[in-house]
Each structure stands twice: as C-alpha cells, then as structure tokens.
Design a protein around this ligand. Structure first.
Ligand code: PLP
Length: 486
C-alpha cells in the first residue's frame, strides 16, 4: 500500500504553528532584531518554510528513500555502469575518524597516513594498468578522459607538433567525443565491422600526421575483447599518435590483461564502477588516469611521491597541465577502492573478472532465444542483446521490457546504447550475483516476453510514477513547486 506521506510534499503537509522541537522559554531579555542587524539587511517577512513535526519529516524522507531502486535492494544489471555490490566494510573503513576528519589543508607531516594510502593506490593502479605513472586527481571517468587528452595535447605541443584529430569507433561511449571536443580536438568516428570490432581498413584510411589520439574501450562497448588491439596500437603509433584506453570495462580483465601491455599509452579507471564506490545518478566518482613514462611530466597534480627516508609528499609534475580537482581528488571513493584492492589482492582481483565474465555468459546463454546477441554468442563481463525480434513478433520493445522489469523488482538494463545495435538491451550482471538471482532475472524476461503487449506498454504498474515524458522533462523541466491553489 502506498504511503500518502511519501507522495505529498513537505510544503503540502505543513500546518501553521506545527513544530519539530520545543524549547524552554527564553530567560534572556529580548532585543528587537533591528538592534542586532541593520534594518536594510532584514527581510520583510520570514521565509515560507514548511511547519512540521519531527516524525512527519523522518517518515517523509525514509518513505522517499524506499521509492527508489539500489544495489542494496535490487539486482541492478545496468550495462556499462558496473553496479556491483558495495561491501559495507569499505564504508566503515572509509569513515574512520583519522580519515574523514582529516582536513585537506592539514600539513603534510600530519597527513602521512592518508598520503601513504594514496601513494600505495597510485602504485597498485600502475601495476594493474601496466602504465607506470598515475594521477588520482580526476573526479570521474569523463574527467579522466579530458585530463588525459589535455596531457596528450601538452605532450604534442612540447614536441612542436600540431595534431588535430581524435579517432574513436562508433560504439564509443558519448563521453569520448565530448572529451575530445572539450580538449580542442576534431572528432572522427569510425564505423565498426559487422561483428562489432574496429575496422582496420577504415582506421588505416584515417591515420595520418594529424592523428593525435585513438580512443578505444577494451573490452569494447559491445562487451567483446578487441582481439586486434596490439595491431591497432602499432598502427596508431606508426603515425606518431597515442592510444587511449577507456577503462570503464576493466572489470572484465583485472589481473588478466593490462592496457599498457596491449599498446595503450593512457587510460582512466572508474573507481566507482570497477572498485566498488557506491555511485548512481551522476556521482560520486573517481577517475584516476595512468600513462606511459614519457607522459608522466604532464599529469595533473599533485601526485604523491616518497622520499628515500619513506615520508610522503605532494608534488606537481614538472610540466603539469595543472589541477583538475581540489585537494587530492575524490578521497572518499579512492579510499573505498583502496580497501577493495587490499582485501582481494592479486588473486582475488583476477577472480572478480573471471566471475563477472562467467555471470554475463551464463545470462547470455539463458536469454539468447528471447533476446539474441547480434555480435556473437560469447561475451566478456557484459553483452548487448537486441529486442528487435520481440518488438517485431510481439510488439514489446526494449523500452517496454525495461519498464516492465521494474514491476518484478529488477532494475532495468541499459537500453538503446550502444546505438550500433537496434533495440539494444545491454546487460551487465557483475560478479557479486548468485546463480539464483541470475535465474530469476532470466525467467522474468522470458515471462515478460509472453505477456499481453498492451499491458506491457503501460508498465510499470507498481511504481509511484509510471512513464514520465522523458523528452518534455529534459526540454521543459519544471524545477519549482507551485501550490495548487495559486
Ligand atoms: C561510465 C563510462 C564512462 C564515463 O565515466 P564517468 O565516471 O561516468 O564519467 C566512459 N566510458 C564508458 C565506456 C563508460 O561506461
């Protein structure tokens, strides 16, 4: 049963004079406000705030919190986003008073514990990527991309080279071209082959002395490992360009393959995806970047370095592009990632990827009769299926399926991305799900595929809001509440 209080606004629940706390009468003489604050600074009337009791407020927010879906409450197979479970131990460790209460302007001598953690994290991320120099500064994957492209621009400028182009495949995440434009480059999109890989001939046509960077996600956005990656890297290097690996899909290859070993010169991590930072709705994140030694001098600072005596310092690289974020980066997420890496160790990390890939392949096999996968019957940690046959035969689209899954208590997969697959349904189960959960999810999709199409068009039926007009919400957002009586 829906709770009325959860759907009413605090302003609507307000009653004049209702209070959340009571205080004893004042025992100091009252002074007119105008004697304390100049008249010109005083408002004519108090602000119109809702007047409520404490239980009103608590119930309102607790009920609101149950109207959403989260990794803690639901299976969340949102492809590309790696919504894995966030172990609660990391929350406890990241909340230790010595860490949360540390002031970002505290002197280096009194921040040695934090700096040591960040130093070790830089080291581990360098090892996992096979790229020796790491900056923890960027606050998200997208900012990591931008920072790395600015590093590339600074590197070429330093060499007296003018290179204008950034290339990427048509399956690339939207942030890749956006970052390239922001960094001042022209974007060149390459069509993929029918089986979803980089088309080497099209790549060869575009490669020239104007090529600054080739950006690629590997495993790619279709959930497949780009087997020709070493050849691709060699081709880009031959014309003097750099290879950027979008590391959002690192969950598939941890401890198995390293971007630095397959030709990458720069990459970003999404610590909030791969290393269990709780995230969603745009944050919070951390997007450290790792680069080859000849790019290290340009990294955004400060980096943490260690003196021969073992004390840590903050240092800006010699030709740094400058800061991209305040202080040492998004420490809250970095700490959780550090805990994750230390808990698992090298062997555990490899198992993470093995299980993520196993879970995805299990689901792919269970679903392919209803949701075929155009680009192959094997995948890495995620796969992109198509609801096109379902739409043609039964009139149930990827959007309908996504909406109906909510009624069954599953978060929807990513739909309509990447755009190279029609009616795309992008499923990423992550390693932390049991076989029972995967079975229940697959059975539900099979069930929905046989439901009455009109009923599915109206879904979700069980959520507080059903199908908002997404276009109108984006074009004409209503950001201010107006009372109905006005
Ligand atoms: C999530 C993602 C990004 C962007 O990362 P943010 O941390 O959300 O800025 C870039 N590329 C791919 C492939 C992604 O999945």
């Amino acid at each position: 049963m829906r709770n009325r209080q959860a759907t009413q606004l605090l302003f609507e629940m307000s009653r004049p004079g209702r209070r959340g706390a009571s205080f004893p009468p004042s025992d100091v003489p009252e002074q007119p406000l105008s004697q304390l604050i100049p008249e010109s600074q005083l408002a004519a009337a108090p602000p119109e705030l809702p007047e409520l009791t404490e239980p009103d407020v608590i119930r309102h927010f607790v009920n609101l919190s149950t109207m959403n879906m989260s990794v803690d409450t639901h299976f969340y197979p949102l492809g590309s986003c790696t919504m894995k479970y966030n172990p609660k131990r990391h929350e406890r460790l990241a909340s230790l008073p010595g860490l949360v209460d540390l002031h970002p302007y505290a002197a280096e001598e009194s921040s040695q514990g934090m700096l040591e953690i960040l130093y070790e994290l830089q080291d581990m991320l360098a090892e996992i990527s096979g790229l020796p120099a790491v900056s923890l500064q960027p606050a998200a994957g997208a900012q990591g991309e931008l920072a790395a492209l600015l590093v590339a621009a600074a590197y070429f400028r330093d060499r007296g080279e003018q290179r204008s182009k950034v290339l990427f495949p048509d399956s690339a995440h939207g942030t890749n071209p956006a970052s390239a434009r922001l960094a001042g480059f022209d974007c060149v999109q390459l069509p993929s082959t029918d089986d979803g890989f980089v088309d080497l001939n099209r790549l060869r046509e575009q490669l020239d002395d104007q090529t600054a960077v080739f950006m690629i996600t590997n495993p790619n956005t279709l959930g497949m490992f780009e087997r020709e990656i070493s050849t691709i890297s060699a081709m880009v290097h031959e014309v003097g360009g750099l290879v950027y690996i979008d590391g959002a899909n690192m969950n598939a290859i941890l401890g198995i393959a390293r971007p630095g070993d397959f030709g990458g010169d720069m990459m970003h991590y999404n610590v909030h995806k791969t290393f269990t930072g709780p995230h969603g709705a745009g944050g919070p994140g951390a997007g450290p970047i790792a680069v080859r030694d000849f790019l290290a001098d340009y990294l955004p600072g400060p980096l943490v370095t260690k003196s021969p005596e073992g004390s840590c310092q903050l240092q800006h690289p010699a030709k740094s592009i400058g800061r991209v974020r305040s202080h040492f980066g998004n420490v809250g997420i970095l700490l959780r990632g550090y805990c994750y890496l230390r808990t698992l160790g090298a062997l555990g990390l490899r198992q993470v990827s093995e299980h993520a890939v196993l879970n995805a392949n299990y689901l792919l096999a269970k679903l392919k009769d209803v949701l075929p996968v155009p680009q192959g019957d094997r995948c890495m940690h995620e796969f992109v299926a198509t609801a096109k046959p379902l739409a043609q035969d039964r009139g149930i689209t990827a959007m309908d399926l996504a909406k109906r899954l909510l009624d069954y208590g599953f978060h929807a997969p990513t739909v309509y991305f990447p755009m190279v697959v029609p009616e795309a349904v992008m499923i990423e189960p992550t390693e932390t799900e049991s076989r029972e959960t995967l079975d229940a999810f697959a059975d539900t999709i099979v069930q929905i595929a046989s439901e009455d199409a009109d009923f599915v068009h109206q879904a979700p039926h069980e959520t507080p809001v059903s199908r908002p007009d997404e276009v109108q919400a984006a074009r004409q957002p209503i950001l201010k509440w107006t009372p109905a009586c006005e």
